[in-house]
Design a protein around this ligand. Structure first.
Ligand code: GLU
Length: 448
């Protein structure tokens, strides 16, 4: 039998060669492989059955043309995708991202992460992701609608409530899900369970908009608790100002923290009195404005250009909720002088590999995305349950379930780290626990 480390190296070399231009996907793979060697030592059947190479190959990648007409009557075209990565534990589940940076590499990294995140929720959902390089920013509602209708005209051939259930991600919120759902219904039938993150009026779940942000804070609170701390009286910096950032800010402040910063792709706001969440929600969600408006309307705040991670003031906890690779090792170095002792990921892969290595070396408590931001997809699965039951749950009930799920995930991660003698390496704890669940399911299903 081949040795574990040799097997991992050999598979990675092959995957690297086959996906040379997919740097984000390779990064997500490398991050996983840097932690799972002990699992392969314990499970020789994983090597014998070549489980790693099978997991690294998506079950299906669909790519399609999305033609649409803009408000000037011009013909436009974008590229659409759905990556159906792994259905070992349930139907493909994961969001759609509409952003100009979207390409196959980014969607494969997101789909790959989603497999393990979803497995950690224990809610029987496989991993998938999709989206387009379409940029909804600056587009009229009608343009967004026409784009969504065209996107769904193709996507509906590949999805279904027991097959693949898309949801939102960056650039896809309630508005987009509404238009996508409307088109699905015209082409097929009213089937609430085919998309999650729906507006409440036609099958959406209460607390779904809040779920990723709240879940992040519930998870982080458990992590802090194990180390004798809590959010109370802590200074927190949040990046991003979308749905995850908004509700992470709200929940952290509810638990007694002061969130002094949020950001967008151009700059960031510092408000030492604590971010006014109602104002933030109004600016971002109702008025669809930039953060500069916050500084104009709130005189305790100031606006600064550039990354919020270049901010030099002291604080305790960092919650990156913007996008992949926003924290490089260079930026993470500031954390040490600033006194940041905990970083928990609300976005997917916001910290690059060297930043994570630095946290390990410096003993910074780390909440890895696939565990810490699983609250969104977890409540999506609860939305599916409600749709199947044809019932609506109260906000309190969903919130309670979410809290239980995040606590359970934290316990799984922490216990796995202990079981493998990995001390505070919670990235390894999350990766190993999730990998074992998926690998075991695949092995029981034979040659899949
Ligand atoms: N896009 C979210 C994530 O990264 C949610 C996916 C879902 O609800 O299916 O997990």
């Amino acid at each position: 039998m081949m040795e574990a480390s040799k097997y991992l190296k050999q598979v990675y070399a092959k995957v690297e060669k086959a996906n040379q231009h997919e740097s984000e996907f390779l990064q997500a793979v490398e991050e996983l492989l840097s932690t799972v060697e002990p699992v392969f030592e314990k499970h020789p059947e994983y090597i014998r059955e070549n489980i790693l190479e099978r997991i690294l190959e998506p079950e299906r990648v669909i790519s399609f043309r999305v033609p649409w007409i803009d408000d000037k009557g011009q013909y436009q075209v974008n590229r659409g995708y759905r990556v159906q990565f792994n259905s070992a534990v349930g139907p493909y589940k994961g969001g759609l991202r509409f952003h100009p940076s979207v390409n196959q590499s980014i969607l494969k990294f997101l789909g790959f992460e989603q497999i393990f995140k979803n497995a950690l929720t224990e809610l029987s959902i496989g991993g998938g992701k999709g989206g387009s390089d379409f940029n909804p920013k600056g587009k009229s509602n009608q343009e967004v609608m026409r784009f969504c209708q065209s996107f769904m005209t193709e996507l509906q051939k590949h999805i279904g409530p027991s097959l693949d259930i898309p949801a939102g991600d960056i650039g896809v919120g309630g508005r987009e899900i509404g238009y996508l759902f409307g088109q699905y219904k015209r082409l097929k039938q009213f089937d609430a369970g085919v998309l999650t993150g729906k507006p409440y009026g036609f099958g959406g779940s209460l607390i779904r908009p809040e779920a990723t942000g709240y879940g992040l804070v519930y998870y982080t609170e458990e992590l802090l608790k194990e180390h004798g701390k809590s959010f109370k009286d802590q200074k927190v910096v949040v990046s991003g100002s979308g749905n995850v950032a908004q509700f992470a800010t709200q929940k952290a402040q509810e638990l007694g923290a002061t969130v002094i910063a949020v950001s967008d792709s151009n700059g960031y706001i510092i408000d030492e009195t604590g971010i006014d969440v109602d104002l933030l929600l109004d600016i971002k969600n109702n008025r669809r404005e930039r953060l500069t408006v916050y500084a104009q309307e709130k005189d305790t705040s100031s606006y600064h250009e550039g990354s919020v991670w270049t901010y030099e003031g002291a604080y305790d906890i960092a919650l990156p909720c913007a996008t992949q690779n926003e924290i490089t090792a260079d930026l993470a170095k500031n954390f040490i002088t600033q006194g940041v002792y905990c970083v928990a990921e609300g976005a997917n892969m916001p910290c690059d590999l060297e930043a994570i290595e630095l946290y390990r070396k410096e003993g910074i408590l780390f909440g890895p995305a696939k565990a810490a931001n699983a609250g969104g997809v977890a409540v999506s699965a609860l939305e599916m349950s409600q749709n199947s039951q044809r019932l609506r749950w109260s906000a309190e009930q969903v919130d309670e379930e979410l809290k239980n799920i995040m606590t359970m995930i934290y316990k799984t991660v922490s216990q796995t780290a202990k079981k493998y003698n990995l001390d505070k390496d919670y990235l390894a704890g999350a990766n190993i626990a999730a990998f074992e669940k998926v690998a075991d399911a695949m092995i029981l299903q034979g040659l899949v």
